[in-house]
Design a protein around this ligand. Structure first.
Ligand code: MN
Length: 405
């Protein structure tokens, strides 16, 4: 019994508003499907956030269908848990339940009827190709409610899994206390006895092979923001062999576009900026990978008169010339003689709302991303979801205001 474990693929995401980064994510998914087919995997587990949003563009849905069918048509079974990004706030079909109805061999169970935890757990347990998979139901809940759900549901899963013969796994999109300081739903000691626990939600790569049961987070398939660009560039999933007594776990990796975070400090006019940007990007341009040009996130401290739009133009033109994909992600204006000025993010043609919230409103990135999520929810008239975010924000407000620098 060979499993592939993926999570946090975020099909449809467009980091920094770049078409090329949206395509990178799709290409990486298709490459990992190649790997899965090559390895002759029996079952693929996707631990949530297959999609970046609950109503993905139709072309993204079409892409997902075609890739999943490459697997199911070869007899590979694919089981997905729901992540918060896959869940519309209102009562509605999710993209995963649509795929389940459309593709034979793809499963994404969600509870249909309310019932006791054990009844619910039973409904969420699948038996596929000789493997028992308990699929933790995704739900948009406040942190308190999600902890409450985990407290009742995880023991119920334990009971149901105890009765099963053969290899068994838990598939869940959930933060654990050991690895998630922000909104953990449970601790690793609450995990049911299983041969492997396939998790998603945390975007960094974590493997706790010695824990009983062993659990892992593959991390996001592609870095979705600058925070995810830090750390080792290993991206992909895990290959889990359950043929022996215990899980034997290996990396199942894809080469992604090389990515770098570069910081420069420049003073003077446009020619000085151009020279400095040419120097730093020139040094990185040669670091191509199998996936081509590197992606560079540039942070600039600038002491000079050139307007932000001009700085963005310089970065764009130098990147073109040198064959890199670079964005001026952070711009901080400094003036040596008169101390720090407020960063000028207005008037830039690259108006990153995240940057505005962080730089202008001095919010932490987590708070900023919740506010952006709230904006999206309201724009898509997803008031249930909006309500959930407001509750989360209000519960965390003290923490958030302490984060403000
Ligand atoms: Mn995610």
């Amino acid at each position: 019994m060979l499993l592939a474990h993926l999570a946090d693929v975020h099909l449809g995401a467009r980091p920094y508003g770049l078409d090329v980064r949206e395509s990178d994510i799709l290409d990486s998914f298709s490459l990992i499907v190649d790997e899965i087919l090559r390895e002759r995997v029996n079952v693929v587990l996707v631990a949530g956030d297959l999609f970046d949003r609950p109503r993905p563009p139709n072309r993204i849905l079409a892409f997902a269908i075609s890739q999943i069918k490459r697997l199911t048509e070869k007899g590979v079974r694919v089981i997905a848990a729901h992540g918060e990004h896959d869940l519309p706030g209102k009562r509605d079909e999710t993209p995963l339940t649509l795929l389940q109805d459309a593709i034979e061999g793809f499963y994404a169970p969600l509870p249909r009827t309310p019932g006791s935890p054990v009844h619910l757990a039973m409904e969420q347990v699948l038996r596929v190709n000789g493997l028992t998979v308990a699929v933790y139901p995704g739900a948009k809940l406040t942190p308190d409610k999600s902890r409450e759900l985990a407290r009742t549901l995880l023991p119920a899963f334990s009971k149901v899994l105890e009765r099963e013969e053969g290899p068994k796994v838990l598939l869940a999109h959930m933060g654990l206390e050991e690895v998630d300081p922000w909104s953990p739903a449970a601790s690793s000691s609450m995990l049911p006895k299983a041969d492997y626990v396939a998790l998603g939600h945390i975007h960094s790569r974590i493997l706790e092979e010695k824990h009983n049961p062993p659990y892992a987070y593959p991390g996001s398939l592609e870095p979705l923001n600058v925070a995810e660009m830090r750390g080792p560039p290993k991206r992909g999933g895990f290959l889990v062999d359950l043929s022996g007594g215990e899980a034997s776990i290996q990396d199942l990796l894809v080469d992604v576009r090389p990515f770098h975070v570069a910081e420069i400090q420049v003073s003077g006019g446009s020619p000085d900026v151009r020279a400095a940007v040419e120097k730093i990007l020139g040094g990185l341009a040669s670091r191509k990978g199998p996936r081509g040009k590197p992606f560079v996130y540039l942070k600039m401290k600038y002491d000079g008169e050139a307007p932000a739009a001009e700085l963005h133009r310089i970065v764009a033109s130098v990147s073109n010339k040198l064959g890199v994909i670079a964005v001026l992600g952070d711009l901080e204006r400094i003036r040596a003689s008169r101390g720090k000025l407020r960063p000028l993010v207005r008037g830039s043609h690259f108006a990153d709302p995240m940057q505005i919230l962080v730089e202008e409103f001095k919010l932490g990135r987590d708070a900023a991303s919740m506010i952006l999520e709230l904006k999206e929810a309201i724009a898509s008239e997803d008031y249930e979801h909006a309500k959930g975010i407001i509750l989360r924000l209000s519960e965390r407000w003290e923490v958030i205001s302490r984060w403000a620098r």
